[in-house]
Design a protein. Structure first.
Length: 455
């Protein structure tokens, strides 16, 4: 009897130590049109890779983009039914000039924060702006200038803002900036500690200033301790990260992310609950464009060997414009453009080993129509229980004018692995999903009677 009790406890111990997470199967629902102008009558732009076009709070979905239904302006829409339908669009910017490439964050209290670059009257020089809503997106505050070169500088644009907001409501914005040009760009940072009413002096992030190797397209993310991480590309070949631990007063020396010097840009970044920094980007090392990934487990001091995100199903078609997010446990979720440059689709994958070694194959198509329309610049967010939310620019209704579409992805199905009946097996490995597990997961197993397998 004691022998049986010992074996039972030994097996339970193995189960506790050897449970692995394995290939989650995601299914995306019907694509939902978000923009509410007549289909195909305006040209829309979704954010760049380092920006966020979609945010989640509970079962409310928040989206931003730019379109030219009047002049180019920044528009907002939200869904209060988890993305099944969207409420009427609301213009975010003042409408005085043109506004492009927005990014969105939603605070813990429901405040909606939006930043973008634009060319307002009377200067018409591109600058970075900010607005927020405290009434759920019904109205937005007047535009606030972020960069400290008031009025802008001719032929020296400030553009491509990326934003984060901490639990205290401090707003952090990074952008690429041509003030040291012309034709040369650096990465600058600004923050607001008064809820976005003012943004004091800008801070240079990258090591070298005004060189001919442009530093562009930043992505900004915060750790739970409010350490600030900013990543960007230099000359579309190098990816760098810098970190601030003093609230953005100063930034650390640049750290290179990509381990092969080739076309590397359109980076997207996030930080998980452990403080690990995750980055994906478009990479040309394989002779055609693919999506690659790296992470840092030491606070951005070093980065892991780069691994490929997308599968090889559509080679040699290019992959581009990834967007990535992580949940608190470190599961990595990514979307990108996949297919011919003129009419790609949107595809999705995730790394259930938290970016350690591989991403799930085959990749999952997000869009629900044939691959001949053109879907571009996706943006992703993750909600409860691993549900993912994707926004993109879509040309299904008109060849020249794009609309904004959205889809939700959920975990579905179970993947089984054939058992190993060898008497030399020394552990039990259970490959389970979804991850995170639902409230209750039932696992059935049996133990063989081989005498050689019991000691």
């Amino acid at each position: 009897m004691k022998r049986k009790v010992f074996i039972s406890l030994h097996i339970v111990l193995l189960l506790l130590l050897s449970v692995d997470v394995w290939g989650q199967v995601y299914v995306f629902g019907p694509n939902v049109r978000v923009s509410d102008y007549p289909p195909g009558t305006a040209y829309a732009r979704t954010p760049n890779a380092g920006q966020r076009g979609v945010a989640i709070r509970g079962d409310t979905v928040y989206c931003v983009w730019a379109d030219d239904r009047i002049n180019y302006g920044v528009w907002f829409a939200k869904s209060i039914d988890d993305g099944q339908t969207f409420l009427p669009n609301v213009q975010v910017d003042d409408g005085l000039g043109e506004a492009y490439t927005p990014t969105i964050v939603v605070g813990n209290d429901g405040t909606i924060y939006v930043s973008w670059d634009g060319e307002p009257s009377p200067f018409n020089y591109k600058q970075v702006y900010f607005s927020k809503s405290t009434d759920g997106g019904l109205t937005f505050t007047p535009d606030v200038l972020v960069n400290d070169t008031a009025g802008g500088i001719k032929n020296h644009p400030h553009r491509n803002p990326s934003m984060a907001v901490d639990s205290a409501g401090v707003i952090y914005i990074a952008y690429d900036d041509g003030r040291n040009g012309p034709g040369n760009y650096d990465i600058y940072f600004s923050k607001s500690t008064d809820g976005g009413f003012t943004f004091p002096n800008d801070v240079l992030v990258n090591d070298t200033i005004g060189d001919i190797l442009n530093d562009t397209r930043p992505a900004l993310a915060l750790s739970k301790d409010s350490d600030i991480y900013i990543s960007w590309n230099k000359a579309f070949q190098w990816l760098y990260v810098s970190k601030s631990t003093d609230g953005g007063i100063s930034f650390s020396p640049d750290v290179q992310v990509n381990d092969t010097i080739t076309e590397s840009w359109t980076n997207s970044m996030d930080v998980d609950g452990r403080g690990y920094v995750h980055i994906v980007w478009k990479d040309g090392r394989d002779g055609n464009a693919n999506i690659y990934y790296s992470r840092s487990t030491d606070g951005g001091l070093t980065f892991s060997p780069n691994i490929r995100v997308n599968d090889a199903a559509h080679e040699p078609e290019p992959q581009a414009y990834p967007s990535m997010c992580v949940d608190d446990s470190g599961v990595v979720y990514a979307v990108w453009e996949d297919g011919p440059a003129t009419h790609p689709d949107i595809y999705f994958t995730l790394s259930t080993d938290k970016g350690d070694s591989a991403f799930v194959e085959p990749n999952v198509k997000v869009t629900d129509i044939p691959s001949d329309s053109g879907m571009f610049n996706p943006s992703i967010a993750v909600g409860n229980s691993g549900k993912v939310y994707v926004l993109w620019k879509d040309f299904r209704n008109d060849f020249w004018n794009g609309d904004i579409y959205f889809a939700t992805g959920v975990v579905s199905g179970i993947e089984e692995e054939e058992p190993d009946h060898s008497p030399k097996t020394t552990e039990v490995r259970l490959f389970c999903h979804p991850n995170p597990f639902r409230d209750r997961v039932e696992i059935e197993y049996c133990i063989g009677q081989s005498a050689e397998g019991i000691e």
